[in-house]
Design a protein around this ligand. Sequence first.
Ligand SMILES: Cc1ncc(COP(=O)(O)OP(=O)(O)O)c(N)n1
Ligand code: 3NM
Ligand code: MG
Length: 236
Amino acid sequence: MRNRKKLDISAYFVVGPENTKGRPVGQIITDVVEAGFTCLQIRSKTASASEMIELTREAAAILAKFGRSDQVTLLVDDRLDVVLAARKQGIKVDGIHVGQSDIPVEVCREYLGEDSIIGLSARTHELFDYIKTTDVGQIDYFGAGPLHETQTKPDCGLGPDGKVITRSFSDISKLARLSPVPVVIGGGVTLCDIPELARTGVGGFFVVSAISEADDPKAEAVKLIEAWKANKPCKE
Ligand SMILES: Cc1ncc(COP(=O)(O)OP(=O)(O)O)c(N)n1
Ligand SMILES: Cc1nc(C(=O)O)sc1CCOP(=O)(O)O
Ligand SMILES: [Mg+2]
């Protein structure tokens, strides 16, 4: 399994069948792998466990075909059962991403083992408290957001008054500075956000729709990576 020290969350693609406008998930995963994305997460709120296992199998096979299994981290969102079942079937899946109301990270760690990757998410302001009060030794990275309101996850950042609270670049910089583990930022992220996000010092960005809904997902994936590396203003 993955050496936890090798984790690269700089360009992180999250996807499920509900995000691709009816196009095959495998084709879009192929596009992002060819473009050079470093992390993949299979996330679906509609797929069954067996569909999730098949998607994970397909993603792992694509990574193997391109010789990227040891460089690109493959994770599953929420579903510890899916990760365990996939591994039992010999699929190389590196770990899991969970949120505050999902299976606790300690349980994930116990079942997945020391070398697995475990990501944890929370709203950015909650992470400030979390960092102060919790032993983050079980976690490999934090996923935080949303940078912008997003239709992909309309409930994210929802405050008690029903309004979405988004995160400023200055909050994100502070989080990057204080967090003992790398931070990846998502939620409505598009090409134009990348240069400023790169300047905050976070470990990377995560996207769904910027790629999964693009007319040309591969071209979009390439542009996102180039922008992250170049730190230049965007030209859309
Ligand atoms: C990299 C990354 N960051 C945050 C999330 C959101 O996780 P969660 O809050 O558990 O919400 P769902 O994705 O489960 O709806 C994520 N999936 N990935
Ligand atoms: C899965 C997820 N988590 C978020 C968070 O802020 O925790 S935002 C998000 C969805 C991101 O999709 P898109 O790139 O299409 O906006
Ligand atoms: Mg979750």
